[in-house]
Design a protein around this ligand. Structure first.
Ligand SMILES: *Cc1c(COP(=O)(O)O)cnc(C)c1O
Length: 373
């Protein structure tokens, strides 16, 4: 028998969360479902099936784009990091992908490309994230060159995008929005009818503000939510449940050993936890080589037979130990939920481990079988 660990992917939850995101946007924006990193660990194929009602898929790996096309996705696909080299633009043409252009070398790749079969492109502006995108030093040149590419027929539709550094804060959007508007008005902008701004946090918190701004400038909108589609909360002070989101992945396994332990006994590597009384301790077939965070400390929530308890001691490569002290009716083979339905949320486990659910979900490793349910 294979190890009992598996990641169950809930298509109905993915569909529900997509509807919830669309609801938050209130019809004001089209929606790219962000499926980078193997759909945040959920698998490209399940995502293609569940996100049928999205307007496009956003990702950054050409292999994943090809997988999505092979799985039957025929709506737009956005390449969030654009081409890494010229030949990527050929693949983009072949598979009808929309590249993001965020630096001058990528513009050059477009300028050397064929005139036939123009690509739709996104032009990314850096409004304070200080990651990808044209900044105040080069955005005018970039937008002028893009307009030339458009009039020479090498480029078709152009959308302007930016990515917010602090969309989860109520007061941190006005500066980047002001910068975005200022930068985008540096050129005629005639051929640029669309803006693409919001990640999950902005979709859930700032949809109205962004809709109003786009309308005032006569632009239509696309948004790019990711984590909320998978049931993770992008906001610090609201849980996924409070946001109406459902967990789309349940990472589960089983107890593979149970033992009674005397008081004063160290548990696991380094003895970071020592029993202060006799305890019942279970061993779960799940470790950091499955993507469970090694930094999750004693006390991190886990559920055994549907009841919440805690992990004990250090996470090892293939196993973790759990506290079964109040559970007399569990034994080898009892179901354990690391996160998901009938367990703690991935957000809760992430918080205990000092990280975010994005890292946990996308970090489930290849050796964990995915099942779609
Ligand atoms: C990952 C990503 C998103 C989605 O972000 P979430 O916080 O998961 O909603 C949107 N836009 C870009 C450019 C991204 O890299």
């Amino acid at each position: 028998m294979p190890r009992p660990i598996k990641a169950l992917i809930h298509l109905d939850a993915l569909r529900h969360n997509l509807a919830r995101a669309q609801d938050a946007l209130g019809g004001s924006s089209k929606l790219w479902a962000v499926v980078k990193a193997n759909a945040y660990g959920h698998g490209i194929e399940p995502a293609v099936a569940a996100f049928e009602a999205a307007d496009g898929l956003a990702l950054l790996d050409l292999d994943e784009a090809v997988l999505a096309r092979d799985a039957g996705w025929n709506k737009p696909i956005l390449l969030l990091e654009g081409p890494f080299e010229s030949s990527d633009l050929e693949v983009a043409r072949q598979y009808k992908l929309t590249p993001v252009i965020h630096h001058l070398e990528q513009l050059q790749m477009l300028e050397h490309g064929p005139k036939a079969d123009p690509l739709n492109v996104y032009v990314k502006l850096d409004t304070g994230m200080t990651r990808l995108g044209f900044g105040s030093g080069d955005h005018v040149q970039a937008l002028q060159r893009i307009e030339r590419l458009q009039s020479s027929g090498r480029v078709a539709a152009v959308t302007l995008m930016t990515h917010f550094a602090c969309a989860d804060r109520a007061d941190a959007l006005e500066d980047p929005l002001r910068q975005f508007v200022a930068m985008s008005s540096g050129v005629s902008g005639q051929g640029i009818a669309t803006w693409c701004l919001s990640n999950s946090a902005a979709c859930l918190m700032h949809a109205k503000r962004i809709e109003d701004l786009a309308r005032a400038h006569g632009r239509s909108l696309w948004s790019r939510p990711g984590i909320c589609l998978y049931g993770g909360s992008p906001l610090n002070d609201l849980t996924a449940a409070q946001l109406g989101l459902a967990p789309a992945m349940t990472l589960s396994s089983e107890l593979i050993s149970v033992k009674e332990v005397a008081a004063g006994q160290g548990i696991g590597y380094g003895h970071t936890f020592v029993t202060d009384r006799p305890m019942r301790v279970g061993v779960v077939a799940c470790g950091y080589a499955d993507g469970y965070p090694r930094h999750a400390p004693t006390g991190t929530p886990v559920s055994v037979a549907g009841r919440l308890t805690r992990i004990l001691g250090r996470v090892s490569m293939d196993m973790i130990m759990v506290d079964l002290s109040d559970m007399t009716d569990v034994g080898v083979g009892t179901k354990v939920v690391l996160w998901g339905e009938q367990g703690p949320t991935a957000d809760e486990v992430a918080k205990a481990a000092g990280t975010i659910s994005y890292e946990l979900l996308s970090g489930v490793t290849a050796r964990v079988p995915r099942e779609v349910g």
